[in-house]
Ligand binder design. Structure first.
Ligand code: PGA
Ligand code: ZN
Length: 427
């Protein structure tokens, strides 16, 4: 039974406050959970409650959210069984009563939800992935590793937010992780050689000033080759345009905030098509705005049989928005972020809906992270197949990869690494 819940204000990887919660059981077990925080936040995400008191942390304090953990949420879950996460979450949703968790805060509710799951696993003496996934969760994810940052995550000239490498040809997670780290270092050497900066962005990828997204891709291809790997075979590429940050779908014109370049929805689709033809790009996330449903349907019609098209801001881990996307033929994969919806059980519902409809799932960190490695266990538990946790740089990113190494070791011969063929296009 849940005996006590304690909330506290901690710092995330950008030095902004976020919510951490401890759930203490009657048997003495302590579970812990922390909420991450985005920068290129989707308009339809659950509400992250911030104090707006400019005297503290520039208004970003979470004292109110922590207070909600220590009062309303504590009362709501006290006495409940931590093994029934759905009941724990339901009690909190009822206490909040709003659709977007704006009364108590998604950051408050999620921290308790994750802490309860952690407590349940610990009290059973089971690893977290086993508690969540049972004996069915055995698949290590292919990392979608962001090694070059732009957009809202860096102060450079690059508009596409994330350039990622995927070690699809590796035979295990451990091997894939090593390959990624080698390419990351080979990219550093290459940038240095060209007089470009190797300072990093919010997700640990390099953030040099470059003329175009194509130039970024070319550097990465050369880095893969310089490290001794074959682009397209050992590695495939993935992009997150985060085009909802480009604002303009409402006016029929996308304006890239840094370069000032303009595209209509159709021109942007043509641009992605051109890149996919020229480079081994496996996946494109948020290639269009979160409200450009028509554009998304067109993009999926034109590229959906060749490329993984991932809805992040479009779906915001929300079953209603995902159901709309499925019915309109928008995208073929969903990015899963716990704090977009704000509880573990609702996240699991979104994953189930995706899998039932042949949409792939990518478990994801946020650009503002903590040392918590929950998403590593979640990825294995639900056999996601892919994970986004940034570059092999900055400990809040590496914590998730290191946890996956432990899980792979623990699973022994039972561990599955999907690699390239298993997640090749089925559409
Ligand atoms: P965010 O970025 O956490 O800043 O929203 C991550 C993403 O867009 O995938
Ligand atoms: Zn994204």
């Amino acid at each position: 039974r849940i005996e006590q819940v304690i909330g506290r204000e901690i710092l995330d990887s950008r030095g902004n406050p976020t919510v951490q919660a401890d759930v203490i059981l009657t048997d003495g077990t302590v579970g812990r959970g922390s909420s991450p925080s985005g920068a290129s936040t989707g308009q339809f995400e659950a509400l992250e409650l911030r104090d707006k008191d400019t005297a503290r942390y520039g208004g970003k304090g979470v004292v109110h959210a922590v207070h909600n953990v220590n009062t309303t949420l504590r009362e709501a879950v006290k006495g409940l069984s931590p093994y029934d996460i759905f009941a724990v979450d339901q009690a909190m949703l009822k206490a909040d009563g709003t659709k977007d968790k704006s009364k108590l805060g998604a950051n408050a509710i999620l921290a308790v939800s994750l802490a309860a799951a952690d407590a349940a696993a610990k009290s059973l003496g089971q690893p977290l992935y086993r508690f969540i996934g049972g004996i069915n969760g055995n698949q290590l994810p292919v990392p979608m590793m962001n090694i070059l940052n732009g957009g809202a995550h860096a102060s450079n000239t690059v508009d596409v937010q994330e350039f990622m490498i995927m070690p699809a040809g590796a035979t295990s997670f451990r091997e894939g992780l090593r390959w990624c780290s080698e390419v990351y270092h080979s990219l550093a050497a290459l940038l240095k050689m060209h007089g470009l900066t190797t300072s990093v962005g919010d997700e640990g990828g390099f953030a040099p000033n470059l003329a175009s997204d194509e130039e970024a891709i070319q550097y990465i291809i050369r880095a893969i080759e310089a490290a001794g790997y074959r682009p397209g075979t050992d590695f495939v590429l993935a992009l997150d345009a985060a085009a909802s940050e480009w604002k303009g779908a409402k006016t029929g014109e996308y304006v890239l905030p840094k370069s000032g370049q303009k595209y209509t929805s159709a021109e942007l689709i043509a641009h992605w098509k051109k890149l996919v033809q020229a480079y081994p790009i496996y996946s494109i996330e948020d290639g269009l705005d979160e409200e450009d449903w028509e554009g998304w349907a067109q993009l999926t019609k034109e590229l959906g049989d060749k490329v993984q098209l991932v809805g992040d801001d479009l779906f915001v881990t929300n079953t209603e928005r995902l159901a709309k996307g499925i019915s309109q033929g928008c995208g073929n994969a969903i990015l899963i972020k716990l704090n977009q919806i704000g509880s573990l059980s609702e996240t699991l519902e979104a994953i189930k809906l995706a899998h039932r409809n042949g949409y792939r799932t990518i478990i994801s960190h946020r650009s503002g992270e903590t040392e918590d490695s929950f998403i590593a266990d979640l990825a294995v538990a639900i056999n996601a197949g892919q994970i986004k946790s940034g570059a092999p740089n900055r400990s809040e990113r590496v914590a998730k990869y290191n946890r996956l190494l432990q899980i792979e070791e623990g699973l022994g011969d039972g561990a599955i690494y999907p690699g390239f063929l298993t997640f090749a296009q089925k559409h």
